[in-house]
Write a protein that binds this ligand. Structure first.
Ligand code: HEM
Length: 283
């Protein structure tokens, strides 16, 4: 199948237009990215556990602490887990700070073993997994962008000034306060906001801050680390970009589930998508 071929209407048995919507490159990069994302989050949290605090500063600075997850035992030997978020202090024993050690017990560690990779504390392995999948993500992103530009797909996904007046009507439609969505092409204006933010804000931020954190890159491209406010600040940017991407994944999955789960998932495997009544030609 030609990954760069344009959309072709495919006859559907029930006369509903079925269109070729996602190229091979889009589908392959989508699923590989989904797998890489899971490993990157889990191995990233393993790395975070080795130094479980984030400061809005160029160097470690408790006076500018944004997040700290600490654990230990109190004077009576009882386990205690604590989260500090700016000035807020929360007791989180058994959830964060003092939690699952990935080996069937509990110990002082920031994130629990079930959400880190590897599950037990092993910074060196976490780094290897993270860097392997980090570079894989960079290559996948490059392939996606090149194919998107060649197929003129990227221009359909980017939010434009003409989409702005359609944002509220689209939101009202999602809230079922409006019968029909505003006219739109392949992606509706709210999808464009989400995809534009992910593709042009969070993804570049996580890659650039990841590069600033990589010791080898730091040595040859130290101005990059400086622009981000130093190594500690780069960690904070990296973490914030991860939160942004996790937020996107939740919204994305909610929309996939609420707008025809079979049709959506099938289209990401086969490329073929059954158009809804308001989706025009789907382009
Ligand atoms: C979805 C993608 C990604 C997620 C969710 C993610 C998440 C994380 C997290 C949570 C940390 C720990 C931050 C800390 O405590 O220092 C981390 C560290 C790091 N990440 Fe990522 N990351 C991603 C992509 C990348 C990419 C693309 C690169 C580079 C190409 C990268 C390179 C690094 C490096 C070098 C570190 C620090 C390693 C160390 O201290 O040894 N990350 N990442």
């Amino acid at each position: 199948m030609d990954a760069t071929a344009g959309p072709a209407a495919i006859p559907a048995s029930d006369a509903t237009p079925l269109v070729y919507r996602h190229s091979v490159t889009t589908r392959v990069t989508h699923w590989l990215f989904a797998a890489a994302f899971v490993v990157l989050v889990m191995s990233g949290l393993q790395i975070f556990n080795a130094s479980p605090n984030l400061d809005a500063s160029d160097k470690s600075n408790p006076a500018r602490r944004v997040l700290a997850i600490d654990g230990g035992t109190d004077s009576a030997g009882r386990p205690v887990g604590m989260v500090q978020f700016f000035g807020l202090h929360l007791t989180t024993t058994h959830l964060l700070g003092f939690t699952d050690d990935g080996q069937g017990g509990e110990s002082a560690r920031a994130f629990p073993g079930w959400i880190t990779w590897p599950g037990y504390q092993d910074l060196a392995s976490g780094r290897r997994w993270h860097l392997f999948f980090g570079w894989m993500m960079v290559l996948l992103g490059a392939a996606y962008f090149v194919a998107g530009i060649r197929r003129h797909d990227l221009e359909k996904i980017v939010l434009r000034p003409s989409d702005l007046p359609k944002l509220l009507p689209m939101q009202l439609y999602y809230l079922k306060l409006r019968k029909e969505p505003p006219e739109h092409g392949k992606y509706n204006p709210l999808q464009k906001v989400a995809y534009t933010t992910v593709l042009f804000v969070f993804t570049p931020l996580i890659v650039i801050s990841g590069l600033a954190l990589a010791p080898g890159m730091d040595a040859i491209a130290s101005p990059l680390t400086a622009v981000l406010g130093g190594r500690q600040f780069a960690r904070l940017w990296h973490f914030l970009a991860m939160i942004g991407l996790i937020g996107f994944v939740f919204v994305h999955m909610t929309l996939v589930l609420s707008t025809g789960v079979v049709n959506n998932i099938r289209s990401m495997f086969t490329g073929r998508y059954k158009l809804g009544p308001h989706e025009g030609t789907g382009q």
